[in-house]
Design a protein around this ligand. Structure first.
Ligand SMILES: [Zn+2]
Length: 189
């Protein structure tokens, strides 16, 4: 079983597997886009657009959820889940997008954990949260971050250095930790 599934590994990289899993449920990927994401690894495909796709995404998510400590999984969600989803509520005030609750929850948990690296600094919840979002791709500039949190630029950049160094280390460990389980399950080559 093990050998057989490994021969049929779906993804060439851990990155591709995670990106697939955290976006599949939103129906964002057309079969052609999925094939591209998988680096054309399996042109013959395995029906990833249908139930197989849902099953595969669920399996990858379960491996992420099983990571210990829990923060590792949250780091991967923050990196690979989309920040906003198309919204079709049709309210006049709607921008056409709504925040992805899963991504926001991951950011909140990571921000709480990041507090430990700012020991000795004046804690600023708002700033911490903005810096974490920024690390995971939010386009906000450091000046905007400082302004939103009502702190001076010096404070913002000092906190940014610490938070970024911490998150880089955490992300490296999280990516390393998920690789083994995904390979063992025959999902990644
Ligand atoms: Zn809406």
């Amino acid at each position: 079983m093990q050998v057989e599934t490994q021969e049929m590994a779906l993804f060439r990289s851990t990155r591709a597997a995670l990106a697939f899993a955290f976006n599949f449920t939103h129906g964002q990927y057309k079969p052609s886009a999925m094939a591209t994401m998988m680096g054309g690894a399996r042109p013959e495909g395995r029906g990833l657009g249908g139930l197989d796709g849902a099953g595969t995404a669920g399996l990858i998510r379960a491996k992420v959820d099983a990571l210990e400590p829990r923060n590792r999984g949250q780091i991967l969600i923050a990196r690979f889940a989309v920040q906003a989803l198309p919204c079709d509520c049709r309210h006049a005030c709607c921008s056409g997008f709504r925040a992805n609750a899963e991504w926001l929850k991951a950011i909140a948990e990571i921000s709480a954990a990041a507090r430990t690296v700012l020991a000795g600094c004046q804690d600023n919840f708002r700033l911490r949260s903005v810096l974490v979002r920024r690390y995971f791709g939010d386009q906000k500039s450091l000046v905007d971050a400082a302004c939103a949190a009502a702190v001076d630029r010096g404070t913002a950049s000092a906190h940014a250095r610490k938070v970024t160094a911490y998150l880089k280390g955490e992300e490296r460990q999280a990516r390393y930790a998920i690789e083994g389980p995904l390979k063992a399950a025959g999902i990644v080559e």
